[in-house]
Design a protein around this ligand. Structure first.
Ligand code: NAD
Length: 308
């Protein structure tokens, strides 16, 4: 399979590329990434010289470029996005532009090409917060911050291209990822670095917000499974059931790094901060997936990676 991976110099995209090139001798990857502040060639160290991999610096909103790249692949996996909620609250424009218009540009290119699979990478955040129970794939989308609103927009567009153009679209919605190669603006890498440097760990509100955490390698295995064996037109939730409050994550990091709890600093809560996300995952489990890493095992690997 020859795959166009957009956003492949970012956190999950780069882990996915390392995963598929390791797993399949006959896999070829074309990476398209604009190298925004969030992307780095360093994340692709080890595969940049691989003859099965080609790196293209460019933008998913560039219709001509995208049309040329899409003509030569079997599948598209669209990771490219503006991904940080706090930045979307400061200014939503790049989020609408890349996450919605960028996805539309790719979808338009795909309907004119002979694409077998279009995997749109989405997030549990599109469902909005859930106080009791868990969200299933058929629940209504109720995004509550600009980032998740643009991701929901992209999901709707992708689904509409399946319905109206028959494009073989699949959508995955994964919970919070953690692991190697994540940008240090995100909670777990930031807190590991701060803890190691003896700097404060700023926890939003009272730290009671709950997230479901998945080790990135487990997510990449699930994404690959959906790409190859998922049913087109379907949405697949990917979750670990490992729910933690932000304070529990903070304490686990302090413990793993061997730093003092005095470093915890409670700061003003994020505007519109969703209290809890949680996913039903029967569909992906039925496809034959389950997580291999517990939260604690994943965190051990992650701490070791960032401290090195
Ligand atoms: P990231 O911010 O680490 O990486 C995004 C990548 O996209 C970067 O390499 C960036 O340079 C690239 N990019 C941004 N705008 C672009 C454009 N216009 N054209 C081409 N490339 C562009 O993000 P991530 O955490 O790896 O997330 C990847 C995808 O997974 C996103 O779609 C995100 O919504 C989704 N997701 C993330 C999580 C998570 O916990 N990180 C959870 C669920 C879903």
């Amino acid at each position: 399979m020859r795959i166009l991976v957009t956003g492949g110099a970012g956190f999950i995209g780069s882990n996915f590329i390392h995963y598929v090139l390791d797993a399949y001798e006959d896999c070829e990857v074309v990476t398209l990434d604009a190298l925004t502040y969030a992307g780095s060639r360093d994340n692709l160290k080890g595969v940049l010289d691989d003859p099965r991999h080609e790196f293209v610096e460019g933008d998913i909103r560039d219709q001509e470029l995208v049309t040329n790249l899409v003509a030569d692949v079997d599948a598209i996996v669209n990771f490219a996005a503006e991904s940080h909620v706090d930045r979307s609250i400061e200014g939503a424009k790049p989020f609408v532009s890349t996450n919605v218009q960028g996805t539309q540009t790719l979808l338009d290119a795909a309907i004119d090409a002979d694409i077998e699979r279009f995997l749109q990478i989405s997030t549990d955040e599109v469902y909005g917060q859930v106080l009791d129970g868990k969200f299933g794939e058929d629940d209504l989308l109720n995004p509550r911050n600009p980032y998740s609103a643009t991701k929901a927009g992209a999901d709707h567009l992708a689904q509409s291209y399946y319905t109206t153009h028959g494009l073989p679209v699949l959508i995955t919605r994964t919970c919070n990822n953690f692991g190697p190669r994540q940008h240090p603006e995100k909670l777990i890498p930031k807190f590991i670095r701060n803890a190691a440097a003896g700097e404060a760990l700023p926890v939003y509100g009272d730290g009671s917000n709950v997230r479901e955490w998945i080790y990135v390698e487990d997510n990449c295995r699930a994404l690959d499974l959906v790409l190859r064996e998922g049913e087109v037109g379907e949405v697949y939730n990917i979750g670990s059931h490992a729910e933690k409050t932000n304070l529990e994550v903070t304490e686990a990091i302090l413990d793993a790094v061997g730093a003092s709890e005095d470093l915890v600093e409670f700061v003003d809560d994020r505007a519109g901060h969703d209290q809890r996300y949680a996913l039903e995952v029967e569909k992906i489990v039925e496809l034959g997936w389950e997580p291999e890493y517990s939260f604690e095992e994943g965190l051990e690997q992650t701490v070791e990676y960032y401290l090195n």
